[in-house]
Design a protein around this ligand. Structure first.
Ligand code: NAD
Length: 504
């Protein structure tokens, strides 16, 4: 719901522009609602075009000095940012838990994963080394440089309000770019603390700007001529829009979309280990992770042993608010998200799936207004059912039974998404074949759907990624730099006119 800015409300989350907070008077704003109670916590400003232009102007103005600052001075700032970020883990985690609804230790985990990327950003001197070839022709050498692209924009989703921004701006900035971050309007406060920590660590004003907003801000960033690169993470429909609009405006763009992650269990797997992984990865953060397991593919006789093990573990999960230290799974982000999950359960049931565990009637005492829905498991899910074909993004796990590993591979290949997959097996041969043949960007063996470590890159296939480049890791450095190849001749020998094509 959008409204006019009301200064009487307690919490007002504004922008961070020119190295300072900005709360424009009379701006459009949106209520910030606690997902665990349904109570209004405050408002978040929604940038209009003039505020976006201000943020881009700020970043563009900072680019010449920041990009020419030697790496030996940029990297110590990044190292101080890393130290300060680690020190603020608890504060950030509590802010995230309050706005997102996830558990505090889960929120702390996303900061640890973000720190990995800051570590990588600190290795910029190594990652940004060019190449040099001596004597490619007589008296001629060739070398390459990696140079920053300019103002980069990051548009991020609600489900990882610290980690996903940290996938982007530390590397972009370490490469010498300046950055405008547009976080999710549903949990915007973590982004402001990140900007403040970076400023306190010595990042010059204007190098990192934070813009709160909705599609008005996003579309202006996509069209703005001074934005040279766009990194997006969110749902597939918006990823597609961002990719097309930013590319049409001549920008480089990477747009990561939604997911439907399959975890395959072969009959020879350690079934208890597989069940632990499934339940952890399906219901952590109430299933609102891009790497959540949403489909278990039980091969052959695995299903009859696996389903009871999953059901027993799910039955033991404790649902509640982040303020309850005993709770393990929180609410979903909005009442609409809860309704969406409920309707997917109903449609799966109507299409013939069996409800093995039903979270629809879960009640959290004292939190009637919260967006709680308990963990739910559907068995007998099949391709073609709405609950299988679409991304649910909530605590709903579907189990698909297939006869062979071939069937599992075929099922995964036919799915529109290709973010992450995993296999549980004791067979090295089966695992190796799965790795080679599966149609997905990130693969796990005997682990839940894996988020690759910071020094590798993150990205899916199919409708899970539009663009050529994954985020962070070496591909992050590739995305945030342009290469320049120099051919040079330094010689005292005399020369003459020669119209033949140079050939050494
Ligand atoms: P979302 O697509 O609704 O929003 C993402 C961002 O886009 C937000 O900043 C939002 O303000 C903006 N936005 C929303 N609608 C827009 C529109 N019509 N035009 C322009 N901008 C718009 O996603 P969400 O609900 O915040 O996050 C959940 C989704 O993100 C899920 O689909 C999940 O799978 C996906 N996700 C993917 C990854 C990945 O790595 N592939 C990681 C995290 C989340």
């Amino acid at each position: 719901m959008t409204a006019q800015h009301d200064p009487a409300k307690t919490l007002i989350v504004g922008h961070w522009i020119d190295g300072a907070p900005l709360e424009p008077a009379g701006a459009r704003c949106q209520d910030l609602v606690d997902p665990a109670s349904g109570t209004r916590r405050g408002v978040v400003a929604l940038a209009d075009v003039s505020v976006v232009d201000e943020a881009v102007r700020s970043a563009a103005a900072a680019f010449p000095s920041w990009s020419s600052l030697p790496l030996s001075r940029r990297v110590p700032i990044m190292r101080r940012f890393r130290t300060a970020l680690a020190e603020h883990t608890d504060e950030l985690a509590r802010i995230i838990a309050a706005e997102h609804g996830k558990m505090v230790d889960d929120a702390a985990g996303e900061i640890v994963r973000g720190l990995e990327v800051v570590d990588l950003a600190c290795s910029a001197p190594t990652m940004l080394k060019g190449e040099y070839s001596d004597q490619v022709a007589t008296g001629i050498d060739t070398y390459s440089l990696l140079q920053p692209v300019g103002v980069c924009a990051g548009i991020t989703p609600f489900n990882f309000p610290a980690m996903v921004p940290l996938w982007m701006f530390p590397i972009a900035i370490a490469c010498g770019n300046t950055f405008v971050l547009k976080p999710s309007e549903r949990d915007p406060s973590a982004s402001l603390l990140l900007a403040r920590i970076a400023a306190d660590a010595g990042l010059p004003p204007c190098v990192l700007n934070v813009l709160q907003g909705d599609e008005v801000a996003v579309n202006r960033l996509l069209d703005h001529p001074d934005v040279k690169a766009v990194s997006f993470v969110g749902s597939t429909a918006v990823a597609c829009h961002v990719y097309e609009r930013a590319a049409a405006a001549g920008k480089r763009v990477q747009a990561l979309g939604g997911a439907k992650n399959h975890l395959v269990v072969l009959p020879d797997a350690d079934i208890a280990q597989a069940a632990d992984a499934v339940v952890s990865a399906a219901f952590g953060s109430a299933g609102q992770r891009c790497m959540a397991v949403s489909v278990v593919v039980a091969v052959g006789t695995a299903a009859d042993r696996l389903v009871p093990e999953i059901r027993d573990r799910v039955a033991a999960l404790r649902v509640g608010p982040a303020s309850d230290p005993a709770a393990e799974m929180g609410p979903v982000i909005t009442p609409q998200a809860r309704d969406r999950v409920v309707s997917h359960i109903a449609s799966g049931e109507a299409a013939g799936a069996v409800v093995v565990f039903d979270g629809r009637d879960t009640v959290v005492p004292g939190h009637d207004g919260g967006n709680f829905i308990g963990p739910t498991v559907l068995d007998g899910v099949r391709s073609g059912m709405d609950v299988y074909d679409t991304e649910v993004f909530g605590p709903l796990l579907g189990i698909v039974r297939v006869a062979t590993l071939d069937d599992a591979l075929e099922l995964i290949a036919a799915n529109a998404y290709g973010n992450g997959v995993s296999i549980f097996t004791r067979s090295g041969g089966a695992a190796r074949r799965f790795v080679r043949e599966v149609e997905a960007g990130m693969v796990g063996i005997n682990v839940p759907i894996p988020v690759p470590v910071g020094f590798y890159s993150f990205g899916g296939w199919g409708d899970s990624l539009f663009g050529d480049t994954h985020v962070y890791g070496p591909e992050g450095f590739h995305f945030y730099t342009r290469s320049k190849v120099v051919t040079s001749r330094w010689t005292d020998e005399t020369s003459g006119v020669d119209l033949a094509f140079p050939n050494g």
